[in-house]
Write a protein that binds this ligand. Sequence first.
Ligand code: NAD
Ligand code: UDP
Length: 313
Amino acid sequence: MISLVTGAAGFVGSHLCQALLREGHEVVGSDNLMTGDISNLSTILDDDRFRFIESDASETLPDLERVDIIFHFASPASPIDYAERPLSTLRVNSRGTELCCELAARHGARILYASTSEVYGDPLEHPQREDYFGNVNSIGPRSCYDEAKRYGEAVIAAYRRTAALDGRMVRIFNTYGPRMRRHDGRVVPTFINEALSGQPLTVFGDGTQTRSLCYVDDLIEAILRFAAIDDPAYWVVNIGNDEEVTVLEIARTISELCGVPMRIRHEPLPENDPRQRRPDLTRARALLKWRAHTPMSEGLARTIAWFKRAVPA
Ligand code: NAD
Ligand code: UDP
């Protein structure tokens, strides 16, 4: 199998490239290094079966003689990153997804698109099933990401209908682990950074809002299983962990694991910050025979250990 991974130098993309190589794929990784870092690929850059190409997936994709599956993972993903780059975020999920579909159609390849739980917005149904249409503010501060991903999904759906493309998508719920950037603004790296540098943890709002955190290895295992199924019964699947926790619980666990007393500093809740989020994983369990098995305390402990080793303060 020859795979193309866009967003290869990012947090999830780099873990995906590594896992695909382990599975015996040849992998071409592309990235414009907007929020990613080439050092995330240091363990595989010397592998003969891996090739890295620096390019912007909104403009061009590697010119390949053969490709069997395209993983379109390029996109800013943290609220800080996409707020700083709203138009790039819209482009890579719109034009970028179209380019990936065109390439897949030319090669008769499969495509797997990294969508997100954000397509459900601030959900009015809980937990979120794949057939929920969502509650998204199309002009709010998160719209450049949420609507970009919804448009990307629509592109995949259109290519399935008009070009019989084998297009699939995973709606990824909050995933964390080694290789997140210390300052990417998402809750896990921010709290770990603050706890390790002796600062109070910045909790937005009162901290009772919820998320369900998935460890990156569990996400990657699900993606590989989904990618490998021929003719799956579903082409849209939620992936995540359905253990729902409050932001305050995340703060408490990270403080304990870092061995510091919990100190909190509250800041206003950002506009349109979803109040609660938990995936309904019925479909993933049935289709992939999979569940997220890493407990939050274990995944966070591994992530903290990596931050201590790898990330300069
Ligand atoms: P990340 O920022 O670490 O990785 C994104 C990568 O895409 C970076 O390496 C960046 O440089 C690259 N990129 C961005 N725009 C590009 C462009 N125009 N051309 C080429 N490369 C580009 O974020 P991540 O958490 O690894 O997210 C990866 C994918 O998974 C994204 O599509 C994101 O929307 C999706 N996702 C992630 C999560 C999560 O919790 N981590 C949740 C839902 C969806
Ligand atoms: N959050 C927080 N402090 C931070 C970063 C995030 O309290 O420094 C909260 C944020 O308001 C949200 C939750 O943690 O309710 C998850 O935020 P993140 O940015 O990680 O992901 P998303 O909002 O995209 O789910």
